[in-house]
Design a protein around this ligand. Structure first.
Ligand SMILES: [Zn+2]
Length: 314
């Protein structure tokens, strides 16, 4: 009897693993998923997603509806974390998945990207709309896709916040606001991974993306270990231009003094349309984006589930 139970249990376990793998395949990001989010956020209709604009509001409403659709919960009373920029109301959009482990659920990982942009830029051939496809509909797409994945998989022992930041282009104002709010709540922030400008691949690099603040922590090494590939590298220009301080990871690092870093594939040579009206979806490589987003899945899964906080400042 005992032996039979063992055999049956073994068979069931194999079944479980297969089901989990199949499920994981199904919820991975497809090129069509990337296209649908990108084409909404970077459309002319949103007019460059400037802070305080109708277009930004439409973007926030779209992100809320994506979160609702995938059963990603609001972290606050609503998905919108409202703050003020010189008398104008704007917001971060914050989704939440509570950790499945009673103890590790008290530790948080933030996966973030800014969804705002600059509205307009210098007119070229009658076009004034700065669509911000690479900057940063692309990073926003990664966060929305990962939120969908983890909401379906429910395999996060730690809690995770999926944050689309407002007013980054005004001086990291959304992340400054939220980092203070979370610090006041005294959450136990383990680490933060931010996505910026991942719409175009790097040229002639052995790694797929770089991380800002590379030398500040073991995050890149751990990400490569977790992914089993050379996913993340060091870009000297990122250090030279202090990109670590130029995106929404930085306020979290300042408030919490834990590893908070940005993944990007913009290297100053592979994309001419930074803050330019031609930063449009037609310039994006959706295949590459889907691949990079999916490559991040085992990395973030491991981050959410290791018994101890393996990623640390140097
Ligand atoms: Zn940006």
């Amino acid at each position: 009897m005992k032996k039979i139970v063992v055999i049956v249990f073994g068979v069931l376990c194999i079944g479980c693993t297969q089901a989990t793998n199949a499920q994981s395949q199904k919820v991975k990001t497809e090129v069509s998923d990337v296209a649908s989010v990108m084409e909404f956020l970077a459309s002319d209709d949103l007019k460059g997603r400037d802070t305080g604009s109708e277009g930004l509001k439409k973007a926030a409403t779209f992100i809320e509806s994506e979160f609702k659709k995938y059963d990603v919960k609001p972290y606050f009373d609503s998905y919108l974390d409202t703050f003020d920029v010189e008398g104008v109301e704007t917001y971060n959009v914050v989704g939440f998945l509570k950790g499945t482990d009673p103890k590790l659920a008290n530790e948080y990982i933030i996966i973030g990207a800014h969804y705002d942009h600059i509205g307009t830029a210098k007119t070229v051939a009658g076009d004034t709309i700065a669509n911000g496809a690479n900057d940063n509909a692309a990073g926003s797409t990664a966060v929305i896709s990962l939120a969908r994945y983890f909401a379906k998989m429910k395999n996060n022992k730690r809690s995770v916040l999926f944050v689309l930041f407002g007013a980054e282009e005004k001086g990291l104002l959304g992340s400054k606001h939220l980092s203070k709010v979370l610090k006041e709540k005294n959450i136990d922030l383990y680490t933060m991974v931010n996505f910026e400008m991942i719409g175009v691949p790097l040229n002639d690099k052995s790694y797929k993306a770089y991380i800002t603040g590379y030398e500040m922590s073991n995050m890149a090494a751990k990400m490569n270990e977790y992914s089993g590939a050379e996913l993340i590298g060091f870009l000297p220009k990122a250090k030279e231009f202090q990109l670590f301080k130029r995106s929404d990871n930085y306020p979290f690092h300042e408030e919490f003094n834990v590893p908070c870093q940005t993944i990007s594939t913009f290297d100053f040579t592979n994309y001419e349309y930074y803050h330019h009206v031609d930063d449009e979806v037609s310039e994006m490589n959706y295949e590459f984006m889907a691949e990079l987003i999916n490559d991040c899945i085992p990395v973030i899964t491991t981050m959410l589930n290791t018994p101890t906080k393996e990623i640390q400042l140097n």
